[in-house]
Every structure is written in structure tokens, then in C-alpha cells.
Design a protein around this ligand. Sequence first.
Ligand code: UD1
Length: 417
Amino acid sequence: MKIVGGKALQGSVEVSGAKNAALPVLVSAILANGPCTFERVPDLMDIRTLAKLLANMGMKVDFDRAANRAVLDPTSIHSQEAPYELVKTMRASVFVLGPLVAKYGQAKVSLPGGCAIGARPINYHLTGLEKLGAEIQLEEGYVLARAKRLVGNRVAFEYPSVGATENILMAAVLAKGESILENCAKEPEIVDLARALRAMGAHIEGEGTETIRVQGRDTLGSCAHQVIGDRIEAGTFLSAGFATGGAVRVNGIDSEFLEPVLVKFEEAGALIERGKEFIALQSRGRPKATDVTTLPHPGFPTDMQAQFMAAMTIADGASVITETVFENRFMHVPELTRLGSDITVRGKSAIVKGKLKLKGAPVMATDLRASASLIIAGLCAEGETTVSRIYHLDRGYERMETKLRALGADVERVSES
Ligand code: UD1
């Protein structure tokens, strides 16, 4: 991506459906007993990978990318295996484990790959499934799970893991009897998954709080469901508007989802207008240095850390950005430094001393949100920045350059020679 920086972004963009909601929601179709229709499914690399994975099991997948609609029919599923070649690029593939073992009594899923932002084990997913009665074995890089029928139980998560909460929730809806899931993640994407499952006939209460109660059913029906807007995409465009000294409105997003980030924009000097269907940000001069610490929802999301840091690189003063969710999520720091920013990493914290100006340079994306951070910094910098390896960006942002251009940014996708 070639960026000529220095322009204040102005205007409005429509937010796509949330990647992190669409992934588990599409997987949940495994549990249905007929075709499920999902609207507002973003056309992203991760979604295409998941579509391939599901099709590989025999699921009939009809993804109309232009309409952002996916119709998934699980009645033709003939395999309960997720092979390494398909799983290695995307950690979310592990979501199929719970639903497969719940519905078919067996699953063979490769251990996941995904972004290189930490060790990211799946122990909470596995112990959760064991609590519901699954037998788990690890063999040659694969997880083998078996159960005659899962049985409801109390599952207390050691940490409110988003993926583990989703996986175990999907397993519990077909388990026999009641499951009580404790210390659950409370992200809006979990609430969305529960809505989709409920539309299929699942009995779930308490999603969005730390305790979720599920009364298992013998079978589920089918569903029609619309995915929620992507709060991280929304936050990324707002950060870009803020960092460039502009005014950006994002449409198609409930401001509640992004509240932990909005208060930080305000603390850093932005004016924010909130709505059920939009967020508008107006910057008022240079951002003020503001500290953030990432935490599970409703804390500041780790998926916004890199983008917020990009805005802090040109802030007035020094800010401390602390990452508590993942142990290796500062890979954007050396690249931001190439653009002239002053950042020192000490353990879990990065001390960002705001500069008046950044200067364009060639940089390299290392993971999904890091690439967004580099684009934001490039938009602030004087002169030209090229961000390479933007396949990371394509995993999670739909038509980002088109949306940025609509806000007046000078960005262009050029081939890498
Ligand atoms: C999800 C999101 C990701 C986001 C993250 C935290 C999707 C597809 N991805 O990832 O974008 O950054 O939530 O908001 O929704 N952990 C374990 N053992 C486990 C599971 C997790 O130790 O079994 C650790 C992880 O290594 C990490 C922390 O728990 O340090 C949080 O991970 P988790 O909430 O599970 O994140 P993901 O579901 O992988």
C-alpha cells in the first residue's frame, strides 16, 4: 500500500460486518439442521478461508461476496476434520471443534496458526470440552475429540477467553442438560453469536455477562441472522481521522461497542458524538498524550492498541501503552520507529513520546492490526510511506483503501515486485 501522508481525513464511511462475529457465527451453522442465511458477512481473507474449511467438511457454502450474504447448509457434512493446510493460516478454525463434537460426537482439528502475536494456546477450549464430557487426545499436531453425547456441566474459565467462551457455548447448546459457563468473555461478538444460536432454537441466558446459562437441546433448527458491525474497523477509521487532525463519521456501528475506546479519544482531546448506528469524531488539534491498558471487554480492546499507538506517536506529551492480553503484541513498534516515532518498550508497556511530525518510509506489516497502525502512521507522515505484506490487512479489513480514499486519503494498492 502506497500512502502519501499529510492530509486530514474528512467524511463518512460504512462499517462492514464484524470479522470476529462473522467467524463464529458462520461456524455455528454446523449445529443447525437446515440452511442458515447470514447477512452482512464481510468479504475478507479469513472468511474465505473459513468458507473453504467448512466446504471441505461437506457443508454447502454459498457466499455471495458482492451481497455480503452467506447461505450455509450443514445437512451434507460428511467429514469432521479440519486439516492443517486450512487451519494453519487462521486460528479461528479451532471454533469448529466444539460444534463438531457436540453434533457428531467426534472432531479432528489441526492445532491452529494465525497472527504471530503470542503463544495463543487453546488449553481453555480443551479443558472446557473435557468438562462437558469430551475425550481429548493430541496426536501429530491434531486435536482429536470424542464424546457419545456431551453432558452439561459447570465450566469456569481461568481467563475470559473470547474464543474459548464461543467454542464452549457452541458445544453446550447441544449438550444434555444445563451448562453454566463462568468467567466468560463479554465481547459484543459473543452476544452476537448467542443471538444466532438462539435464532436456531438454542436456550441461552446471560450472554454479555460473566455467567452464561445454557439449557442443551437435542437438535437445533436453522436461522437467518445479520452480523453486527465491526467495532475494530470503526475504531481504526476513527483513529485515522483523529491522528490526521480530521473529522470522521463511521456508520453502521453501535457506539456502545466501542465505548472503552471512545472515552480514550475524548481524554486525548477529540469530540465524539455517539449513536445507535454511528459514531462521529472531530479532532481538535494535536492529540494529547493518553495512557491505555488493554483488557478483556469492557476494557480497552487489544485489537485497537496498535492503531491508538499510531495516534499517540504524534501526540503532545508521552503516553504509556500497556498490553496485558497478548504477550507479543508490539511488533509494530520497530516499524513505527522507521517513520520517526519515539517508542521504548519495557516489558508489557510501550512509552510513546509524541513527535510533532513523522516522515514517510518503507515499512513492513507483521500482523493484522499492526498493518492498520502503519497505515494510520503513514497517513500522518510527511511524504510517501509504503506498507508491504498487506496480506495481513486483507485478513481483516474489507476494501480498506477504497474506504480511506472516500475520506480523502491518498492511498493506492500497488503490486509488490
Ligand atoms: C479473539 C479475537 C482477537 C482478539 C482476542 C482478544 C477472534 C477470531 N479473535 O482472539 O482478534 O485480539 O480475542 O480480544 O475473535 N489463551 C490461553 N488459552 C486458551 C485461550 C486463550 O492461554 O485456551 C490466552 C491467549 O494466549 C491470550 C488471551 O488468553 O493471551 C486472550 O485470548 P482469547 O480471548 O482467547 O483470544 P482469541 O479468541 O484467540
